[in-house]
Design a protein around this ligand. Structure first.
Ligand code: F6R
Length: 615
């Protein structure tokens, strides 16, 4: 993971790098550092902690002046988060400096070899090994920095996005990528380097995304040249016009990004179906599906691969695809799928779901599926991301940037895209009649306004959060389409409040978890009217007779669960298959409020990072 930023041009690099790092803190935030060339020498400041800690330290340590520099915000892989392990790292001579996002897997053997040639190491990191390997090559082979980087990278096994410069030649930065994202902002007489485009949005809308196995030497005043790391072949540098704007990546008056993103869901869902759901014409248009309709119709089965919240969206999709389109679906953790020699044929369709489009395990699962001849369809949020580019076809979620580490609007928009796909395929296969199809379109179009309605319970949910904030454990139960929502609710709570939570299919409770229930255990039960309502009510009775505290997520107007539960939170009525889009909302708000009341860092929970680019 980690976020990297670099600048070369005519402006002061320090504020650009610091502000850029703050925008990339979602990628990791256990230490941060910066290196600047101030016209005469290299100035480095780095520290354990967040970018704000780096600012405080840099104020005392360096002059903060210079037009070329690189910076890093870290999510530790090799070596604990401390000052020494923070990036940037210097080579033994002190001339070369590097920032790195990724993992060098063979660093230990490279390190041993370098030590036999007299190199010494201050840190426990793989990155310090890489910069000394580059230095070793540069001296041994008597080559320029770009060539030394290229030769060194050909000896490396692992993943990286790097930026390197040489203080004795401070007019160029060498960058390279394999497995970790890297974007270059192209301004007038200046270049910006970053893990994503957010650090340079206010300076330029022109971006080049480096592909895997590509590198570039960025020289002040010169056009950027991209080449293959392997064999030096020049590849065309494709400049994209960015569609994002600055407001999208700011908090806009909310206390946290997570709260902003929860409240953005009505708009995000609308943006997701805009232009695809044409209710008056009673059609769904999705280019990625239309263009590959034959494959979808002939598919033996769909295999969904994803991680975390995206995996939960995949589970909801399993119910929806099987129910509407009658296509068998299997949902796999990408991390398991990639390593277990799965049976995949050319008639399988793999759908990879990923908000960031950079999750290493999901990317590896895609590559594996492709190597076995499967057709891979991507559902991503980040435009131009690695997964979006690696898949054969796909559909973007159009949720806009999601910055809070806990995924919210990505989840509901993923479900929206997958529902549109299932409906489109159901229509093509004739597994849904036109009346039901039209009703689904109508109901889907009403979802944003119903989400708005569900958001109105915010104050009531905050009150419930206050009652249960000190719980040590929590159970989430749901059935059918809402079983994955129970899993997602539990994940949201544990990741931002650090309260242990489990999601279960309500009927499975009797097979074990019921033993946990006592008068201190809050149990959130999704008990909407459509979908096994009576069965869930029986499960609630079972909890009540064991004195568990029941928080029911119910359909507006429900009285039966209200009479049994300690608290209820209402959501508007909708079709059973669409109900996850509504029942998710109170669960997001509940975990948000509990985390805020416990004074946790909601947007940057401990040990986590937004985009998991290491396996
Ligand atoms: C949880 C969360 C993670 C991600 C997971 C996959 O709130 O955000 O579980 O869902 O790391 O990330 P993407 O969707 O970017 O592949």
């Amino acid at each position: 993971m980690c976020g990297i930023v670099g600048y070369i041009g005519t402006r002061e690099a320090y504020p650009i790098i610091i502000e850029g790092l703050k925008r990339l803190e979602y990628r990791g935030y256990d230490s941060a550092g910066i290196a600047l060339f101030d016209g005469t020498d290299l100035k480095v400041s780095k520290t354990k902690g967040k970018v704000s800690d780096l600012e405080a330290r840099a104020d005392k340590e360096i002059t903060k002046h210079g037009n070329i520099g690189i910076g890093h915000t870290r999510w530790a892989t090799h070596g604990v988060p401390n000052d020494v392990n923070s990036h940037p790292h210097l080579s033994n001579s002190g001339d070369l400096v590097i920032i790195h996002n990724g993992i060098i897997e063979n660093y230990e053997s490279l390190k041993q070899e370098l030590m036999t040639r007299g190199f010494t190491f201050q840190s426990d990191t793989d990155t310090e090994v890489l910069i000394n390997l580059i230095e070793d090559v540069k001296i041994k082979e008597n080559v320029k920095l770009g060539k030394a980087v290229q030769i060194a990278l050909n000896q490396v096994i692992g993943a990286y996005a790097i930026a390197v410069f040489d203080k004795t030649k401070p007019e160029e930065i060498v960058i390279a990528r394999l497995g970790s994202p890297l974007a270059v902002g192209v301004g007038e007489d200046e270049f910006f380097i970053a893990s994503d485009a957010s650090p340079f949005l206010e300076y330029t809308k022109n971006a080049i995304y480096l592909e895997d196995e590509e590198m570039a030497i960025i020289r002040f005043h010169k056009a950027i040249k991209v080449r293959k790391i392997k064999d030096d072949t020049i590849v065309p540098a494709y400049v994209q016009k960015l569609q994002m704007n600055l407001e999208q990546i700011e908090k806009g008056g909310y206390d946290h990004f997570m709260l902003k993103e929860i409240h953005e869901q009505p708009k995000a869902i609308t943006d997701t179906y805009r232009g695809r759901l044409l209710r008056n014409e009673a059609i769904i248009k999705m280019a990625g599906v239309e263009d590959n309709m034959k494959r979808f119709l002939n598919a033996n089965r769909i295999i969904i691969v994803a991680c975390g919240t995206s995996w939960h969206a995949g589970l909801v999709a399993e119910y929806i695809f099987e129910d509407l389109a009658r296509i068998p679906v299997e949902v796999e953790y990408a991390s398991e799928f990639r390593y277990r020699n799965p049976v995949i044929t050319e008639n399988d369709i793999v759908i990879a779901i990923s908000q960031s489009g950079e999750t290493a395990d999901t990317l590896a699962a895609i590559k594996l599926a492709k190597s076995k001849g499967a057709f891979v369809f991507g559902v991503c949020n980040v435009v131009g991301s690695s997964i979006a580019r690696e898949t054969d076809a796909g559909a973007y979620t159009h949720a806009g940037p999601e910055i809070g580490v806990a995924s919210t609007k990505a989840f509901t928009t993923q479900i929206t895209v997958l529902t549109l796909m299932a409906l489109r395929l159901a229509r093509a296969k004739g597994t849904i009649n036109s009346t039901d199809f039209r009703q689904h379109l109508l109901e889907l179009e009403l979802i944003p306004q119903k989400v708005e309605e569900a958001l109105k319970s915010d104050a009531h949910i905050k009150m419930i959060a206050d009652i249960y904030k000190d719980s040590r454990n929590c159970l989430y139960l749901g059935r059918g389409f809402n079983f994955p929502v129970a899993l997602e609710g539990a994940l949201k709570l544990k990741e931002i409040s650090y309260i242990h939570a489990e999601g279960y299919p309500a009927a499975e409770m009797k097979h074990g978890p019921i033993a946990l229930i006592d008068e201190n255990m809050p149990i959130i039960v999704i008990a909407t009217k459509k979908g096994h309502y009576e069965k869930v009510v029986s499960n609630i009775q079972e909890i009540k007779s064991r004195k568990g505290k029941i928080i029911g997520i119910v359909t507006a107007g429900d009285t039966q669960v209200r009479d049994l539960a300690d608290h209820v939170i209402e959501v508007p009525d909708t079709l059973e298959s669409l109900s996850p889009l509504l029942t998710t909302i109170p669960l997001q708000l509940l975990s948000y409020h509990i985390a805020v009341l416990l004074d946790k860092n909601v947007d940057q929970p401990r040990n986590l990072a937004k985009s998991v680019t290491v396996e």
